[in-house]
Design a protein around this ligand. Sequence first.
Ligand code: AHR
Length: 495
Amino acid sequence: MRTTITVNTDLTAGTISRHLYGQFAEHLGRCIYEGMWVGEDSPIPNTRGIRNDVLEALRNLSIPVLRWPGGCFADEYHWKDGVGPRDGRKRMVNTNWGGVVENNHFGTHEFFDLCELLETEPYICGNVGSGSIQEMQEWIEYMTFDGESPMANWRKANGREKAWKLKYFGVGNENWGCGGNMRSEYYADEYRRYQTYVRNYGDNRIYKIAGGANTDDYGWTETMMREAGPLMDGLSLHYYTVPGGFELKRPAIGFDEAEWFETMQQALRMDELITRHSAIMDRYDPNKRIGLIVDEWGTWFRVEPGTNPGFLYQQNSLRDALVAGLHFHVFQRHCDRVHMANIAQTVNVLQAMIFTEGADMLVTPTYHVFEMFKVHQDAEALALHLDTGEYRSGSEAIPQVSVSASKRADGTIDISLCNVDPIGEAPVGLRLRGLTGTPAVSGRVLTHADMNAHNTFERPETVAPQPFDGVSDITPEGLSATLPPMSITVLTLRF
Ligand code: AHR
């Protein structure tokens, strides 16, 4: 069936916060250590310990916000162990992730340095599970208080005179699980107490993010909104795409079409989850002041053979790229409520942007989607109507094409399209309502003939964007395009 899309070029559906393109980097496996931090004495070229190749690749993504230090790690992290002279920092066990030694060489100062180098906003997650209110209060004071105080003085003694600006702060992580195994009622009370001491010093204003639900735990959202809604700015949601489920995770490579279908179907579930969590939030917060913060999402496969099971290192294929594209379309459709999203995780862990091996680095298919879609950041979402066929597997079906369109401040329109069908191309008729002139259209496509295609250190360009030449019949009323099977396309319309 021919897909028909009507884009209302003069009708905004809300602003797409650039924070939907956020990242998450945890002290897990080789994400922070090796992947980002190599230390000042490393033979790998670095800036104050942070590797230059990764910095350069990440800068190209215009990352708007970076979440750190966890994840589960956050609720066992004691920030005081990670400041001061590095040689004297405490060594601890990373109990969540492989039981390896954490030497605390990457701490608060190094994280803010990374954010400054990336020109990204920091999003710090505090420790509720095994920390104390005093510890959290003092961290905020250490980071953001500019006057005379024990913590501000300590920061200065450690080399940072001026307070940092910190907006995003999470009060714990997955407090229903690794963050303390709490009941929602208990955590709601804990949240109320802890957040009291997350102070605004000077003109620094903190956007407080409460620990939210796992997947479809709507009861958690209900309790949090009822008991603590007025005391939060954001409420998180975590959902992973895990074909086979957490107990029977499937390999990242070597999958067949049935697994491809299951993966796409699971990725699209994000739409239902956001719709239903938002419906609960709407009852308590009809003006949508509180953001739904999807601060962990992405694929979770079996670890690569021979790697530490606690390091969560998995390959990244064209399939992951489609998962990313589908998620962005869902987030953008819900941009009135979803104010931030952070993929898990930036380097070498889960659905990563980047893999490193010693001094080598490559970018993954997922990286390319973040790069191609960055045109949507802070643009106006355009209202559209999609009529597409089905991609079927047995008795199950999902929509073949997914789409999102946005308008930049200078009037340029960007339209991203995913064709999830691994066999059928998708002929598309795109109607552009509200235009007066004929646009100049350019495009790029990310695709491959093999659904398992991925980038390796030997062949790092196997999956990379190419110019798209499938557009025809361009008029002020619209255009036609033929999307290759299993592809992600971004069309740019200039006037
Ligand atoms: O991203 C990996 C882990 O997944 C995080 O540490 C945790 O929050 C989630 O369960």
